[in-house]
Design a protein around this ligand. Sequence first.
Ligand code: C2E
Ligand code: MG
Ligand code: MG
Ligand code: MG
Length: 278
Amino acid sequence: RAKARGRRSHCFFEPEMDAQLKARRALEVNLRAAYERRQFELHYQPWVDLRSGAVNGFEALLRWTDPERGPVSPAEFIPIAENIGLIVPLGEWVLAQACADAARWPDTIKIAINLSPVQFRSGDIVQTVRSVIETSGIDPARIELEITETVLLEDNASNLATLHALRDLGVRIAMDDFGTGYSSIGYLRRFPFDKIKIDRSFVSELPHDIDCLTITRGVAELAAGLGMSTIAEGIETIEQQEILRAIGCTLGQGYLFGKAMPAVDADALLQKSRTVAA
Ligand code: C2E
Ligand code: MG
Ligand code: MG
Ligand code: MG
């Protein structure tokens, strides 16, 4: 009977689906192994003050090379890590590593770290952040935690309480990818973010798309009125940089200023700008 059932369930899968499932399982196994072997890397993408052009901080971005497939985008492997529960320990490593690297940088340079909603809900995120602050010794005001609207979409009191508890540790909270998904202006009332990250999908249509321009200007004004700063993601051209500065966007991040780079290169970049300034 088992044999018959086995055959039947096998027939259920289309061959391509079977291959997809196998690839997915392989990725899961390789991700777990990579975590055990400490094979993840953090790269750092600079962001600048749009008025002065000075580097103001770096966003930590995970990098992973699958032994079979080569480099895999975090957009692909983060959801898998979330699914298999790996994101919680991996996210702790990201927090610790990013703060350890940032500890070498000047006090004026901030570090932005992405938090997965799964990590956020995991229960001990506040304790984790507190212990990372203690271990690294960096000023918590230099740490920015990036969350997405999913965290607020769930609309439960405990998520809001977690945000306030994190804020009470002295860290800053940024809303990532604003304007995508279901983000609502109401969120800005429910929680006072320190910073709004305007999603790249708006920035990439500038300056040609008038609607994007209007929305971006509106978000920048709204944020300023609420005492939040704004950062535009994905700036690739000087034209975009100039228009964003003109409409009152405070900060900018994107390939125009630099791609995410290994920690040693971020160190060198800061070293260089310090010698130039001196
Ligand atoms: P995100 O947090 O919105 O990060 C910005 C993404 O835009 C990064 O992609 C960055 O490389 C890319 N980007 C920046 N400037 C430009 C530009 O000028 N042009 C273009 N085309 N792209 C630009 P990346 O590194 O592939 O990361 C994708 C997403 O994966 C991130 O989006 C974030 O949601 C997630 N992610 C990355 N690292 C982590 C992490 O440590 N933890 C968690 N939970 N998520 C992470
Ligand atoms: Mg981010
Ligand atoms: Mg983003
Ligand atoms: Mg994004």
